[in-house]
Design a protein around this ligand. Structure first.
Ligand code: GDP
Ligand code: IMO
Ligand code: MG
Length: 423
């Protein structure tokens, strides 16, 4: 049985969790493969709202196994908090969560440095979620990180930890002029994590490839989105991991042979949180109207999201770098009340049409728009494509035409029921 990948095609918050939840009913294993508690993944079940940060959104179905893959950076306190909150609401997590032994531990000093670094950067800050993500991935790439598996190695505690603390302290005290880490305290804390995490920790590539070979159905859950990818996004205004298809392979360890579906989650308009270029952004009334109707406030930080029109160049870029096989178009209902809907179909830079999303000077492009008449009626009760108003169908077909990718799922409301399978 092959694996299906769910990936964000814009700047995150495309409604990935809603689609993951929809697809999880028929899935046995759901895997998060990158990012950390910067993610905010919302699932609505009736009136009940669940927001996941580290735990895969498939946890709401009682028989799914949820895996935190090796490409993640895991804040253990945030994880325990999330597990306990779910248990309090009657969702069993014990026995259903597996954590990769090669995932990196995100510790309090990562969060502390993230905050200090953003303060120091002033006007050139990234606008991070302050969850320590970039600092933890920085340590990983610098080979200063602590993996979950290291907790079980006495050798690590004796030989590597003293050197790591020494280097981290030089940075904390000299660069950030703040208090050093106390070695004994950190060591005790890490030893306590050894016993608290032991029951969850496995070798994920071994487990997943075995399960896939035996016919289990696996769903890979991306966090963030293509335009926040450290390699393919609007660098440096990006996160520090690879939400795109390559990251799904390295962050889970499954063989690429198993991957036969890459579904790009695409909002019917565009949003972004934090700083950085956003060509189709609407800073005035239109943006505010989208924000209010779409309730575009961050699920992790509560920050208002920047809003604007659908941008085909962004989604074409996502189609290219992810190898998208289908799209799921979400939040189409949010456009119900717009008499005219605009769509960015391409860019000009210095008066010349350009053929792809630019790697630099993305804040300098002029967007070429096409206008579509709105449908001006509620669509959240529609359950079949045929029931949609004519103008909504035209808008959907235009997205398929300009992105070159077929739309397989349509989301017309936050609930499980507000979903239309097209093909
Ligand atoms: P994710 O990070 O990609 O999982 O998305 P978020 O959870 O951060 O943001 C998506 C928000 O839109 C959540 O509040 C969802 O409940 C909501 N949502 C998802 N799909 C739809 C939809 O089709 N219509 C409406 N109105 N809301 C939706
Ligand atoms: P989900 O999975 C939207 C943004 C931050 C900031 C940049 C870097 O819910 O779609 P970081 O804390 O990762 O170093 O911040 O990335 N960002 C997100 N924006 N959705 C997310 O996750 C995000 N995770 C990070 O706002 O601009
Ligand atoms: Mg989100």
């Amino acid at each position: 049985m092959p694996a299906t990948l769910i990936v964000g095609t814009q700047w995150g918050d495309e409604g990935k969790a809603k689609i993951i939840d929809y697809l999880s009913e028929e899935t046995e294993i759901v895997v998060r493969y990158q990012g950390g508690a910067n993610a905010g993944h919302t699932v609505m079940v009736g009136e009940e709202k669940y927001v996941f940060h580290l735990i895969p959104s498939g946890i709401l179905y009682p028989n799914t196994i949820c895996v935190l893959g090796g490409g993640m950076v895991i804040d253990p306190e945030a994880l325990f908090e999330e597990m306990e909150a779910l248990e309090r609401r009657g969702i069993q997590t014990r026995g259903r969560i597996r954590i990769a032994d090669n995932a990196h531990l995100l510790l309090p000093y990562h969060r502390q440095i993230d905050i200090l670094r953003e303060e120091m950067a002033k006007e050139s800050r990234i606008g991070t979620t302050k969850r320590g993500i970039g600092v933890c991935y920085g340590d990983k790439v610098n080979r200063w990180g602590i993996r979950i598996g290291d907790l079980f190695s006495d050798n690590f505690f004796e030989k590597r930890l003293p050197m790591l603390v020494e280097m981290k302290n030089a940075i904390l005290t000299r660069l950030y002029e703040t208090n050093p880490i106390k070695f004994a305290e950190l060591k005790d804390y890490l030893l306590s994590l050894r016993s608290r995490l032991k029951e969850f920790v496995i070798n994920v590539p071994y487990y997943l490839n075995l399960e896939l070979a035996s016919g289990k159905k696996v769903l890979l859950e991306g966090a963030q989105g293509t335009m926040l990818d450290v390699d393919f996004g609007t660098y440096p205004y990006v996160t520090s991991s690879n939400p795109t298809t390559g990251g799904a392979i390295t962050g889970s360890g499954i063989s690429f042979h198993y991957l036969n579906e890459v579904i790009g989650i695409t909002k019917a308009y565009t949003t972004r949180v934090g700083e950085g270029p956003f060509p189709t952004e609407e800073k005035g009334e239109v943006g505010e109207k989208i924000r209010q109707i779409g309730q575009e406030y961050g699920a992790t930080t509560g920050r208002p999201r920047r809003c604007g029109w659908f941008d085909c160049e962004v989604v074409r870029h996502a189609a290219r770098v992810n190898g998208l096989t289908a799209l799921a178009l979400t939040k189409l209902d949010v456009l119900d009340q717009f008499p005219v809907i605009k769509m960015g179909i391409g860019y000009e830079l210095n008066g010349k049409r350009i053929s792809h999303f630019p790697t630099y000077d993305a804040d300098q492009v002029q967007v070429i728009y096409e206008e579509f008449p709105g449908w001006l009626e509620p669509i959240n009760e529609c359950r079949h494509f045929d029931e949609l108003p004519k103008n909504a169908k035209k808008y959907i077909h235009a997205i398929e035409k300009f992105t070159g990718i077929p739309i397989r799922y349509l989301s017309v409301g936050p609930g499980r029921d507000n979903t239309i399978k097209i093909r």
